[in-house]
Design a protein around this ligand. Structure first.
Ligand code: GAL
Length: 649
């Protein structure tokens, strides 16, 4: 099957940091990788200081030997451009390469990702190193993918230094043309902020009181764009020198800081790093949502480029994965469209902040439980090669928009700061996931015509064009509360919410009615918390009403044609979803079992610690055990079945 790279079948492997080990260890690494069936290693992510120990003095010899060795053992390379951490000589010679925080403190060297995204010096050196890497390795037979940067915005999303300020002003000038347009958009007549020149504008550093939310929104846009510019600077070099090798950078699931719709357009391969907490029994639901986002970004298979074999090292308490969970979570990523499973990292570190982070090859070596898990997963993945490249068909889409998210979660100026977009998305995703309904994510402007049900959990910031695109959708549409409130400049729409959605929803929001923590507002569709609204019907029918309290008897959920508006946050949205679910493809599974279709395959994943019985909708062959199955089957705790469905493609 054709996958994301020219490596056949599914990809398996992880980050490999040979520079942390004496060269004698490398041969054992390569031998054990081959034994485990590893076919992809991410190399050189943080290697700049070892590849260019002094300016212009390159030491590629060790990396040449590593890549040759990997290649000789059948392991391909996702080769990093090594720009994720500038070397000490660069930082010492140009201290302003380091980022400055909102309080004006310049951060110190000694960790990673220590760079100002807008620093021209950093960019110049990064382009130079990328050019050297691409030139040297463009034809290396191990190279199958370029890995640019690493987890952009993990540590460094923003910098408040004078160079960043200059860059921000340049970005603002390009967006607004003249300062009066900016004044109008930012509403600078409020609190005496009228500017007469772009030169007067600074990033939103720590200020005496709440900062202009329109300025903050543009700052969020700028920060995402500034890092993207940095990525694009490297991409241009790689395209030029090594045009046929796909380019990726590893995303961080549903990350607030970067607009992944915009970013993914610049990637050849979407890849993701996912670290669900083994201590959270619900974490497989949230991670499924993020995997569905990854698949939806380019509407094609993606790659789980990092995950943890067991414990991570960066939570307060780092709980290990109990037996079976690493395999189960790996299969889950494949179910949701990944063409492989990679880990951080290959060999467990001996030193540094990640020395207690689990790895495919633990400190204890090949006698450990971890190593047995690695071998088992390698064997399983080899049986699943036919999944590579398989697409997913979803009839349901959940709308997600970064600009609206940024507006919604602006600090200090909202009716309630309890509305968190990820939770709002999950409230709708959870019941769909439990019923085995496939879900895509979509930006509000995307053509939605292929879907039968579209859910907009929240669209606080909604432009006229986005409203038109939603109105053009002729399937079932559900819109959640506090939507259509502001325009792209964070200014309240004429007449208030739901602004450009007024006609579509047939309601007007008279007043937002946020609920204090711990307060429940009953409705005829079940209890609501956190948020309610006093709405007026214009051209809609009430479907459910508020019960008790000040809102008693007023409409809570309304319907106009095929559009449902839910003005509150229900504890359980099932009653709203139920009528729309009829006729949608789904699989009946007991609680805690996840059912996911991918191409002609059905994954059944038992996330519980008890045996579960499932009735197969169709007969097929379990690729993991190579047995024919039909009717009722039993899934052992944390076990899974990957069914090739008979007669399906
Ligand atoms: C990621 C990062 C890796 C490693 C890993 C540990 O955020 O890309 O380099 O630090 O986390 O979980």
């Amino acid at each position: 099957m054709v996958g994301l790279t020219r490596v056949p079948g599914l990809l398996f492997g992880g980050d490999y940091n040979p520079e942390q080990w004496p060269e004698e260890v490398w041969a054992e690494d390569a031998r054990l990788m081959a034994e485990a069936g590893v076919n992809l290693a991410t190399v050189a992510v943080f290697s700049w200081s070892r590849l260019e120990p002094r300016q212009g003095e390159y030491d590629f010899g060790w990396l040449d030997r590593v890549l040759d060795l990997l290649h000789a053992h059948g392991v391909a390379a996702d080769l990093a451009t090594a720009t994720a951490t500038p070397p000490p000589w660069l930082v010492r010679e140009h201290p302003d390469v380091m980022p400055v925080n909102a309080d004006g403190v310049r951060l110190e060297f000694g960790s990673r990702q220590g760079y100002c995204p807008s620093s021209p010096v950093f960019r110049e050196h990064l382009v130079r190193l990328t050019t050297a890497m691409a030139t040297r390795y463009q034809n290396h037979p191990a190279l199958v993918m370029w890995h640019v940067g690493n987890e952009y915005a993990d540590h460094t999303l923003e910098c408040f230094c004078p160079e960043s300020a200059r860059h921000f002003r340049e970005w603002l000038a390009a967006r607004y043309g003249d300062v009066d347009a900016l004044n109008a958009a930012w509403g600078t007549s409020c609190w005496g902020q009228h500017y007469t020149a772009f030169a007067q504008i600074e990033p939103p550093r720590t200020a005496p009181g709440p900062v202009n939310p329109a300025q903050l929104l543009d700052w969020r846009r700028f920060c995402s764009d500034a890092l993207l510019e940095l990525f694009l600077a490297e991409k241009a070099v790689l395209r030029e020198i090594s045009p046929d090798v796909p380019i990726t950078t590893n995303f961080m699931s549903i990350l607030h800081g970067l607009d992944y719709w915009k970013w993914s357009a610049a990637l050849d391969v979407v890849s993701d790093d996912a670290y669900p907490d083994p201590a959270d029994p619900e974490s497989h639901v949230a991670v499924a949502l993020s995997y569905d986002l990854m698949r939806s970004l380019k509407r094609q298979p993606w790659l789980l480029l990092e995950s943890a074999p067991s414990a991570v090292s960066w939570r307060e308490v780092n709980v290990p994965k109990p037996p079976g969970m690493m395999r189960l979570h790996s299969l889950q990523a494949l179910a949701h469209g990944s063409d492989g499973v990679l880990f951080f990292q290959w060999r467990q570190a001996k030193y540094g902040p990640e020395k207690f982070h689990s790895a495919l090859l633990p400190h204890g070596g090949t006698t450990t439980r971890g190593w047995q898990d690695t071998l088992r997963l390698g064997r399983d993945l080899r049986k699943l090669g036919e999944l590579a490249g398989a697409e997913t068909k979803a009839q349901v889409a959940i709308v997600l928009d970064w600009e609206s998210w940024w507006g919604l979660e602006a600090p200090e100026s909202m009716p309630s700061n309890r509305l968190k977009l990820k939770e709002l998305l999950l409230a709708w995703y959870r019941p769909l996931h439990a019923r085995g309904v496939a879900v895509d994510l979509a930006p509000p402007g995307r053509d939605l015509s292929g879907y039968r049900l579209v859910i907009v959990p929240n669209l606080y910031l909604c432009t006229d064009e986005q409203a038109e695109s939603l109105a053009a959708f002729d399937g079932e549409l559900i819109v959640g509360p506090f939507s259509g409130v502001v325009d792209a400049a964070d200014q309240v729409h004429e007449g208030g919410a739901p602004g450009p959605l007024r006609e579509l929803l047939g309601v007007e929001v008279d007043e937002f009615w946020p609920l204090q923590d711990g307060v429940t507002q009953d409705t005829t569709a079940g209890p609501a918390r956190t948020w309610a609204e006093w709405i007026r019907l214009v051209d809609a029918e009430p479907v459910a009403s508020y019960e008790g309290g000040e809102l008693h008897g007023r409409p809570a959920i309304t319907r106009r044609g095929n559009v449902t508006y839910v003005s509150c946050l229900l504890d359980d949205v099932t009653p709203v979803l139920e009528p729309a679910l009829g006729g949608l493809d789904h699989v009946d599974v007991p609680e805690g079992v996840e059912a996911v279709r991918r191409g002609g395959h059905l994954f059944l994943l038992n996330h519980t610690t008890t045996r579960k019985q499932v009735t197969l909708p169709r007969p097929g062959t379990d690729l993991l055990t190579e047995t024919a199955l039909h009717g009722d089957i039993e899934l052992a705790p944390r076990d899974a079945v990957v069914l090739r469905i008979e007669g399906d493609k």
